[in-house]
Design a binder for this molecule. Sequence first.
Ligand code: FES
Length: 57
Amino acid sequence: MSDKVIIIKKNNGQISVLGPVEIQDENGTVLATKTRCNFCSCGKTQDPLFCDGSHNK
Ligand code: FES
């Protein structure tokens, strides 16, 4: 596994992050620790921050 974090901006609105990554709120509280996650940039998600597949609707 690479030690780089790779971020892929996809044409469907997904932003895939290949980590490991730690997601924190503005106070530094850890919300999630993942090795891979998909963020939403299309604005249609019902799970703010994360892609829930709503970009396909
Ligand atoms: S990119 Fe927005 S729901 Fe998937």
